[in-house]
Design a protein. Structure first.
Length: 215
């Protein structure tokens, strides 16, 4: 009697609870699958959600050019999302190899991009909240913003999905590098340290250059 083997679930679903197995299958078949789309979608949806929230809460401030501004902002964020993916993949790939990893840039990009699924879900929730009329707090200089209960619940839900996305990224990154999620966290922290050092050296160089020009 032949036994049937169930086909694996869609990676958009399985990534939530089985990030290691999901990214393993993706890398083994097509590591470039949906990578650019996922990298662009999250930032684009976040930009769209924030723009809609401001428009719904303060429609009197809108101009006739608002749709064009939103379209430009969303497109820009999508492009920056792809640029950020390439930058962080190169950085975390390098720091991961310093800690004993073996992933190439394509595999690291796949790991980071597919970990964006919960982040994208959080952005969709934010858009749904804005369209449902959840009042966003007014940011007035010198005054504390007033948070409504509905906004607080929405923010907590988005925070949960964002945190889950970070946990997923530790496992996907660890899987392609061939080490644990804890070492993946170490590679990310090492990458952050490298960015801080580069930023600090750049600021110091800029200050010294300005002082030299003024004197």
């Amino acid at each position: 009697m032949a036994t049937s083997i169930a086909a694996p679930a869609s990676p958009f679903i399985s990534i939530w609870m089985d990030p290691r197995g999901t990214i393993r299958r993706i890398v083994a078949t097509d590591p470039t699958r949906n990578v650019l789309m996922l990298a662009a979608t999250g930032p684009a949806l976040q930009a769209l959600g924030s723009s809609w929230a401001r428009a719904i809460n303060k429609p009197q401030t809108l101009s006739v050019f608002w749709p064009f501004g939103v379209a430009f902002w969303v497109a820009l964020q999508a492009i920056l999302g792809v640029v950020a993916l390439y930058g962080f993949a190169s950085l975390y790939g390098w720091t991961g190899r310093m800690l004993g990893g073996h992933a190439n840039s394509i595999e690291v990009r796949a790991a980071l991009a597919w970990a964006q699924i919960p982040i994208i879900a959080a952005a969709v929730i934010g858009i749904a909240g804005a369209l449902a009329g959840v009042p966003y707090p007014d940011l007035v200089p010198g005054a504390l913003p007033h948070f409504t209960r509905s906004f607080g619940e929405l923010a907590l839900l988005e925070l949960f999905f964002g945190w889950w996305g970070f946990i997923v990224s530790l496992h996907t990154l660890g899987e392609v590098q061939g080490f644990s999620a804890w070492r993946a966290l170490g590679s990310i922290l090492l990458g952050v340290l490298v960015m801080i050092v580069i930023l600090g050296v750049s600021i110091l160089f800029l200050v010294l250059m300005i002082r030299t020009m003024l004197h």
